[in-house]
Ligand binder design. Structure first.
Ligand code: ZN
Length: 251
């Protein structure tokens, strides 16, 4: 099974359109979005509608949950993120709120593959950053869960990554700049496609991945898009200028 994997779109319509157009060159069996469709960006409604039209199987991210709900943002949420959250709530209509609230916490498009937004250490899967220090614990959580396929996907960090647990229980971690292949003997695999709409690895281009479970590889693609148009839309919506700066820096 070959799967198109998107994550952390963050209401960046320009980036999402560029990625969907770029991805047309790949023959895939399914498309998956690992959550955070909204938040930070100026086009939440458009991004929800694009993913629905393209029939992308989407899981819930923390920003999706917060934007669709009524509770306060979690303590520690940046002031800019909090402002965008309030603004996003004003532009979403009932149908968008219902769609966001209905998103599953995990998606299993194939019995060999599972996708979540955050991590594998808690049953909600919505929060928890799978950084290098958390990699081994997450790989073991996948390996030891009786109900989980052994190839896992996650988003949330906005950093592309491919890691696996070897047959001798070592963690191999790669930052995919193009194709990464894992060995047939890998006991568990974890892949992050990077972020479509707010990359944080100092490369401002939109990031997405194509993953082939049977042939055991992932390819991460980077796509330039009209960042200036997203920044203009941010300004038009009266959202904090620092969000545009982050897009330009890929931070
Ligand atoms: Zn995110």
């Amino acid at each position: 099974m070959r799967v198109l994997v998107l994550a952390d779109v963050h209401a960046n319509e320009e980036a999402l359109r560029a990625v969907l157009a770029h991805a047309r060159q790949h023959a895939v069996d399914a498309a998956l979005c690992l959550g955070d469709v909204v938040g930070y960006g100026p086009r939440p409604v458009e991004c929800i509608e694009l993913l629905r039209e393209a029939r992308v199987l989407t899981v819930m991210g923390n920003h999706d949950r917060d934007a669709a709900g009524t509770s306060e943002a979690a303590p520690g949420t940046r002031a800019s993120a909090r402002l965008v959250l309030e603004w996003t709530r004003t532009v979403l209509r009932d149908e968008h709120r219902a769609w966001l609230l209905d998103l599953p916490r995990r998606a299993i498009p194939d019995d060999a593959l599972v996708g979540v937004h955050g991590c594998y250490l808690n049953p909600s899967h919505i929060t928890g950053y799978v950084t290098s220090t958390m990699m081994e614990a997450n790989l073991r959580a996948i390996l030891e869960a009786p109900d989980l396929p052994k190839v896992g996907l996650c988003g949330h960090t906005h950093q592309p990554n491919a890691s696996w647990l070897t047959k001798t229980d070592e963690v191999v971690e790669r930052t995919p700049t193009e194709r990464v292949e894992w060995p047939a003997s890998a006991r568990a695999v974890l892949v992050n496609p990077g972020s479509v709409g707010q990359p944080r690895d100092r490369d401002p281009r939109a990031s997405y991945a194509v993953l082939d479970v049977a042939r055991r590889f992932v390819e991460v693609h980077r796509v330039p898009y009209a960042i200036e148009r997203t920044i203009a839309a941010l300004n038009q919506a009266g959202l904090p200028p620092e969000l545009g700066e982050r897009l330009k820096e890929g931070a």
